[in-house]
Write a protein that binds this ligand. Structure first.
Ligand code: HEM
Ligand code: HEM
Length: 204
């Protein structure tokens, strides 16, 4: 649709797109944090039937919000490198997160993939998947803690801005951002329900 509200209005809309993307990324971070804490809490008693069931289920559910986080940050990356003025104005992440965040994506994907591989393997002889899952966990935890040190303080402001009444804080797409979280979680749950029977050897 043609936008005939003038360049100033268009510029403002672009700024709102950037702020909306930032809020989506932060909200997805909170969902990931909650699920990650549940996942970590199952580890000390991982041989217990309830803990391992929860570990396998929540582990697969995590894949949905992880995909959403990769999509929202990938979108920012794409808009920045394709020269969008608003994303250029915001600039890239600072040097440290610019180096660490791609590694965090790799470690997260390795952790979930090695976990699923392990859960599909024979518990009596899982081969290198167990050390791989363990190593990716250690790397992931270190990177996640650093990521939290960098970003956690900005998260409450970014999330609460979506629920504040003031016009200045409002950014279109609040419902879409909430819907995206629900859709990502639903996709994770569907994947977990579908895969769960294949993990039966670990659940006996
Ligand atoms: C579990 C895995 C996670 C992955 C793979 C991940 C990945 C990323 C990536 C790739 C970026 C963009 C690069 C950057 O700005 O540094 C980013 C930004 C961000 N992340 Fe995470 N993240 C994760 C967890 C979290 C958690 C738990 C939180 C907070 C509760 C969080 C909050 C943020 C925030 C606030 C930003 C900056 C958004 C912006 O300014 O556009 N992330 N994350
Ligand atoms: C954020 C995600 C995850 C975290 C933080 C995590 C963490 C861990 C940790 C720390 C262990 C103990 C490893 C060791 O010391 O040897 C473990 C074991 C295991 N994990 Fe995960 N994991 C995650 C995702 C997954 C996923 C997605 C699956 C599969 C669906 C999975 C399946 C397993 C299995 C089968 C074991 C072995 C249990 C045993 O040795 O009895 N994990 N996980």
């Amino acid at each position: 649709m043609k936008n005939n509200r003038g360049p100033a209005a268009t510029g403002r809309d672009r700024q709102r797109d950037v702020r909306g993307n930032e809020r989506l990324t932060a909200l997805t971070g909170v969902v990931l944090l909650v699920l990650s804490i549940v996942e970590i809490l199952t580890v000390p008693a991982i041989r217990d039937p309830l803990s391992i069931s929860l570990h396998l289920f929540v582990g697969v559910v995590l894949a949905g919000p992880v995909a959403l986080k990769i999509a929202s940050t990938g979108y920012r990356f794409y808009r920045y490198y394709s020269g969008s003025p608003a994303y250029r104005l915001k600039g890239p992440p600072r040097v440290l997160p610019r180096i660490l965040s791609p590694l965090l994506i790799l470690a997260t994907v390795a952790l979930i993939a090695s976990g699923i591989g392990l859960a599909l393997a024979d518990p009596a002889d899982p081969g290198p998947l167990r050390p791989l899952h363990h190593a990716s966990f250690v790397l992931w935890l270190v990177l996640l803690v650093l990521h939290l040190i960098i970003y956690l303080k900005t998260v409450p402001g970014l999330i609460s801005a979506d629920w504040r009444q003031s016009k200045a804080a409002r950014v279109n797409g609040r419902t879409s951002r909430a819907t995206a979280q629900v859709a990502a979680l639903a996709a994770g749950v569907i994947a977990a329900v579908a895969l769960y029977p294949a993990f039966s050897a670990w659940l006996r």
